[in-house]
Design a protein around this ligand. Structure first.
Ligand code: ATP
Ligand SMILES: Nc1ccn([C@@H]2O[C@H](COP(=O)(O)O)[C@@H](O)[C@H]2O)c(=O)n1
Length: 211
């Protein structure tokens, strides 16, 4: 069984995916972490983030590993856990450039498709491109202001600056962020985190066929 949860930036995808996965007692997969990991390697190597060839050479020479722990996914680079370096304003600015490169997308897709189901996968194109065969698909939205207010509780930045950055990232990610035609779209704005998780669980068939 694969459940996909896609959506716009900071719509709650990873928090919701974690809660749904916990309820189903399966792992969850944060695909965005692989794009963030690729961005980190590019920045550390001083590469032009538009240079797909150089990025791929770096990724192949220094593999990244996604560890889908229930309490929060981790990313390993060789023997080093680099997860804490992946969520910052600097990383948010660079990641959409890297994620627009077809070669990097193919690299991430291959990593994800190699994982053994069952799991809950969250990102932008889990339901459309990576796991189109998934039997249960969801797409999370919320207004930029609400998302910025939520994020401001995690980062010491003001709401308008976060909101502007989220709107920009949504625009840069638009090509890969359309909801699947068979996804259930949930506006998380009026819902609590627990409310979103419950809404998704309520939509799941009692027994989801293997995908
Ligand atoms: N329904 C909700 N009600 C209140 N807060 C929420 C809700 N959903 C998510 N949050 C909070 O919003 C913030 C962003 O959530 P989260 O990091 O899960 O989003 P995301 O879509 O995975 O973000 P990103 O795209 O940047 O990786 C977190 O602080 C989370 O606790
Ligand atoms: N399936 C995906 C997932 C992510 N991206 C890109 O990575 C960035 C970070 O993702 P978060 O989920 O951590 O926000 C995101 O802004 C996209 O650029 C993607 O393209 N496809």
């Amino acid at each position: 069984m694969i459940v996909t949860i896609d959506g716009v930036a900071a719509s709650g995808k990873s928090s919701v995916a974690s809660g749904v996965a916990r309820a189903l007692q399966v792992p969850y997969i944060s695909s965005g972490l692989l794009y963030r990991g690729a961005t980190l390697l590019g920045l550390q190597a001083g590469l032009d983030l538009h240079d797909a060839r150089a990025l791929l050479v770096t990724l192949q020479a220094q593999p990244l590993r996604l560890e889908p722990l229930a309490e929060g996914n981790r990313v390993w680079h060789a023997e080093q856990d680099v997860t804490e370096q992946l969520h910052s304003t600097r990383m948010d600015r660079g990641v959409s450039v890297v994620a627009a490169l077809p070669e990097v997308r193919a690299w991430v897709d291959a990593q994800l498709r190699a994982l053994e189901a069952p799991f809950v996968a969250e990102g932008r194109d889990m339901g459309t491109n990576v796991f189109p065969q998934a039997p249960a698909k969801f797409y999370l939205t919320a207004s930029p202001r609400i998302r910025a207010e939520r994020r401001a509780r995690e980062r010491p930045e003001d709401v308008p600056a976060i909101e502007a950055a989220l709107i920009l990232r949504d625009q840069l990610d638009a090509a890969q962020s359309a909801p699947a035609t068979d996804a259930v779209v949930i506006d998380t704005g009026p819902l609590t985190l627990e409310g979103v998780i419950e809404a998704i669980l309520a939509h799941l068939p009692a027994r989801v066929p293997s995908a």
